[in-house]
Write a new protein. Structure first.
Length: 260
């Protein structure tokens, strides 16, 4: 049975009688194209997914006209919460929970004169991020990476990222031994990288979702952009470089799988 909760309030129960939840469609994709002078066709400048919309429909059931009125009021209050964005948790039958940070765009009742103890309802949620995410984290641990010299390649391999959209990980870089002056991480197939000049006296934490680069809760200067990983089997070629003397570092890449 499909479970749909908004701010931990179950909508698939005997009161709200959920008919459907249309959550599987991907968000619209915005593609920016540029005409080619004196040639057929266009070239792609950028491609981005935009907000996702999720529609629900059901029937609100009361035990009497007054009870129905009370439940309608409770229903309205649920989707007019003060914090605006709430957790829309959707769990398919025998599936796993996916969480969407959603805003209720509208909710209305299709009430007819014969709707005394029940009334049909419809809701549309907007997910500004365009994706949902698993509530369980995945971690890639790259321990004991060694090097000696300037701009040493200390790791070059592919990694599998779970989900239907590339992830926005939190990357933690910790020095275990030696001297370090700089670290850089390249996602070669996605053509992005981040470079940080730091001695790793404290671990560096790069949060690609919040777009922060910190050490000991202090913001650090960096070059490049925050990595946006691809999804799929062996879809990400990760290269890590570091500069220093007889150093050993650990790199942990933690992420929540994302779903369009």
């Amino acid at each position: 049975m499909l479970s749909v909760k908004f701010d931990n309030n179950e909508l698939g129960n005997a009161t709200y009688c959920l008919e459907y939840c249309k959550h599987q469609s991907a968000p619209d994709r915005e593609i920016e194209l540029q005409n080619l002078p004196d040639r057929d066709g266009e070239i792609r400048l950028s491609t981005h997914f935009r907000s996702k919309r999720i529609r629900l429909k059901g029937v609100l059931v009361g035990t009497s006209p007054s009870d129905l009125q009370s439940k309608v009021d409770t229903f309205k209050a649920l989707f007019n919460n003060d914090h605006i964005v709430g957790n829309l948790d959707i769990t398919p039958s025998s599936g796993t929970l996916r969480r969407y940070e959603a805003i209720c765009a509208y909710h209305y009742f299709n009430q007819e004169s014969y709707n005394v103890n029940y009334v049909p309802w419809e809701i549309e949620f907007i997910v500004p991020d365009g994706y949902g995410y698993s509530t369980s984290a995945e971690t890639i641990e790259l321990d004991g990476l060694e090097g000696n010299g300037d701009n040493q390649k200390i790791y070059d391999d592919t990694q599998t990222i779970v989900g239907s959209r590339g992830c926005l990980p939190t990357i933690t870089i910790t020095k275990q031994a030696g001297t370090v002056s700089a670290v850089s991480i390249y996602i070669t197939n996605a053509y992005n990288y981040i470079y940080v000049a730091n001695n790793l006296a404290n671990p560096i934490i790069i949060d690609c979702d919040e777009m922060t680069c910190q050490s000991d809760e202090t913001d650090l200067d960096f070059d490049g952009i925050f990595p946006d990983f691809y999804t799929g089997t062996d879809a990400n070629e990760i290269q890590i470089y570091a500069s220093g003397v007889n150093f050993t570092v650990d790199v942990d890449i933690a992420y929540y799988p994302l779903y369009l």
